[in-house]
Design a protein around this ligand. Structure first.
Ligand SMILES: [Zn+2]
Length: 232
């Protein structure tokens, strides 16, 4: 593979791996480039919450935050994402729940490139301090819905899937420093409120990346939660 520079420059902050380097740095895409020279969490993101980076979508914020951690440090070696994805070509409403070291959008793209008829769609994700153990935790929580013991597909409702991922994330939060006093990185996808058009009740639902129908917790009216157009 040649390393010739491609004839364009990524937006400020973007890296050639599809992740994001520190904002403010311009980089030119080269075939085969790898992100290098990441700083430690004591830099740009120290003490920052996801909500303090509003100019980026949640996934970009998450990628930037995780990129900024020094992976040589023990507490950041296993950071990554747990994602839920579904495939419209499957007859049954099953979710694939897996872990990823690259961004969940990239991971789901990779799944789609393998052997399926239609691409997978990313439904939900969380970032975690230990992606293997967090994945195991989510799989355990959803064990009764497992389709096949050898495969990571689960026939559960989208709300149960999101709850399991949230619980896995709560079990494996990403520390912002060496001590508990430094706090933890906040969730990437923060729940949203869907107000009932009949009774006015504010229903809190996970910020899913797909549109779903939910029933009002008070009057059971069916409501539509419309996913944001841009999943980032
Ligand atoms: Zn209602």
């Amino acid at each position: 593979m040649t390393r010739a520079a491609l004839p364009y420059t990524l937006p400020v902050g973007a890296s050639s791996k599809g992740g994001w380097s520190r904002p403010g740095r311009k980089c030119t895409l080269r075939a085969g480039d790898h992100l290098a020279g990441r700083g430690s969490a004591s830099g740009f993101f120290r003490g920052a919450t996801m909500q303090q980076m509003p100019q980026f979508g949640p996934l970009m914020q998450s990628i930037m935050a995780l990129d900024s951690f020094d992976k040589r440090r023990r507490e950041y070696k296993r950071v990554g994402w747990i994602y839920a994805a579904r495939n419209p070509s499957f007859v049954d409403p099953v979710f694939k729940i897996g872990q990823s070291k690259v961004s969940p959008v990239k991971r789901v793209d990779q799944l789609s490139n393998s052997s399926v008829y239609r691409p997978f769609e990313l439904v939900y994700w969380v970032h975690v301090s230990d992606r293997d153990r967090a994945e195991g935790h989510a799989h355990q929580l959803l064990n009764q819905y497992r389709v096949n013991p050898a495969r990571e597909f689960f026939q559960a409702s989208v709300m149960e899937v999101a709850r399991a991922l949230d619980r896995a994330a709560a079990h494996f939060p990403i520390p912002l420093g060496r001590t508990a006093r430094s706090g933890f990185l906040g969730p990437g996808l923060v729940p949203v409120t869907v107000r009932c058009s009949r009774c006015g009740t504010a229903n809190r639902v996970p910020r899913l990346l797909v549109s779903i129908r939910i029933s009002c917790g008070n009057c059971a009216k069916m409501l539509t939660f419309a996913a944001p157009a841009n999943p980032g």
